[in-house]
Structure formats: C-alpha cells, structure tokens
Design a protein around this ligand. Structure first.
Ligand SMILES: [Zn+2]
Ligand SMILES: [Zn+2]
Length: 111
C-alpha cells in the first residue's frame, strides 16, 4: 500500500529526537534519521510526519515556519476514503490540507 500524493519534503532528525522517540515506553518502531512530510501535496503551513507509535497515540514531527516540535496525537482523522471503503485517512484529526489515504500502488481512480 502507498499513500496518495504527499508533500514529501525531506527532513533529517537530530540524535536527540531519534533517541527520545525510540526510548518512549511501548515504542512500536525503531526509527531512523531520515523521513519526509506525510501531509497532502500542496498543504498549507508547517510540514508534519508520523514517526513513532505508542499505545494510545502517535508522535509526529512538525517543522517549518520557524517551528520544530515533536507532538503526540491521540486522535486520528476519521475521513473515509471515497474510493476505497473502510480505509480511513492516514493523518491525525484536524490536519491541514487534503486527506491522505493508503491505497495499492497500482490503484487508479474510476473513470
Ligand atoms: Zn509538507
Ligand atoms: Zn484526513
């Protein structure tokens, strides 16, 4: 599965950020130093990417416009994919820009 068109602005994490995220209690992933923006292509405002999951929340890095912060989001966006029933938006509740959905890599919109 692949995300629908995303911003993909690259970001390099600091050693402190990687250590913090990997040391969180219940951390689901062993994260690395490179990631990219998961918001929809052309989104307004700061960039954001999902980096770590712990029970009950996901941790996002938000950067740009002079901001750089790690934020836990406890609520996911509940928008449903109009073309792929039962698939929900990949982003957190209240995100900026369009919704982003996971779809098979060879998926094409119906004509
Ligand atoms: Zn972005
Ligand atoms: Zn959404």
């Amino acid at each position: 599965m692949e995300l629908t068109s995303t911003c993909d602005e690259p970001v390099r994490l600091s050693h402190d950020e990687v250590t913090f995220l990997n040391d969180l209690p219940g951390a689901a992933f062993d994260i690395g130093y490179f990631d990219s923006c998961s918001l929809a292509l052309g989104h307004p405002g700061a960039h954001a990417t999902s980096l770590q999951a712990v029970p009950g929340s996901s941790w996002w890095l938000v950067w740009g416009f002079g901001t750089r912060i790690l934020l836990p989001h406890t609520k996911e966006c509940d928008a449903e994919d109009p073309f792929w029933p039962a698939e929900m938006c990949f982003l957190y509740a209240g995100h900026v820009g369009d919704h982003v959905f996971l779809r098979p890599p060879d998926w094409l919109p119906p004509v």
